[in-house]
Ligand binder design. Structure first.
Ligand SMILES: [Ca+2]
Ligand SMILES: [Ca+2]
Length: 198
């Protein structure tokens, strides 16, 4: 912060930085430059019935109904915590034609009593309109989990950006017959970058 760049705030020669808010004359074609959120209810705090579909298990819970503190608000997503589970949390997204980047940030905490191997896992995926995996953003297993919940930050970039595609964002969990693993997610932000120039 307080580095010795000195002088007045406007001393630099960076007039007209590209991070300014969209100007009224920017993009007569309606293009709005910058990062835009693609998810609805990414922090889950509008409850389990807004934006998301849970299959195989109830996944979005109030803090009072979970053995952890949530990262934001009153709700978080709890994938796992039971044996022989095959469950998913999903939401349709539409990536704009001009998207050049796709970026997911989230808060995660994973808790396990699993003792060996990688029998419990969670995959963060993009599915195409036919339900096939179009891309895997990240995968975790019980090996990534601890004995207690310590919220940490996840940031992953998707390449390609899947511009112009209608996809489903999905977090998919599978567990084996013994030794619980819980994968908690909260405060998801899935953004695309639109660049109008050129
Ligand atoms: Ca939350
Ligand atoms: Ca297990």
């Amino acid at each position: 912060m307080n580095s010795d760049v000195g002088g007045s705030p406007d001393a630099g020669g960076t007039i007209g930085g590209s991070d300014a808010a969209p100007r009224p004359d920017a993009g007569g074609d309606g293009c709005v430059e910058g990062w835009h959120e693609l998810l609805e209810n990414g922090d889950f705090d509008q409850g389990p019935d807004v934006g998301w579909t849970s299959t195989g298990d109830a996944i979005i819970h109030r803090e009072a109904d979970m053995p952890i503190h949530v990262d934001s608000g009153q709700y978080a997503a709890w994938l796992g915590g039971r044996n022989e589970l095959d469950a998913a949390l999903s939401q349709p997204i539409s990536v704009p034609d001009r998207a050049s980047q796709l970026r997911l940030t989230a808060k995660i905490c994973f808790v396990t009593v699993e003792t060996s191997g990688t029998p419990d896992k969670v995959d963060i995926q993009l599915l195409d309109s036919g339900g096939s995996v179009a891309g895997t953003l990240h995968s975790f297993t019980n090996q990534d989990a601890d004995a207690i919940c310590n919220w940490g930050s996840l940031q992953v970039d998707s390449s390609p950006a899947h511009a112009g595609q209608d996809l489903t964002f999905q977090i998919h969990v599978t567990t084996n017959a013994t030794n619980h693993t819980s994968f908690y997610f909260d405060t998801l932000v899935l953004e695309e970058l639109t660049e109008c120039g050129g």
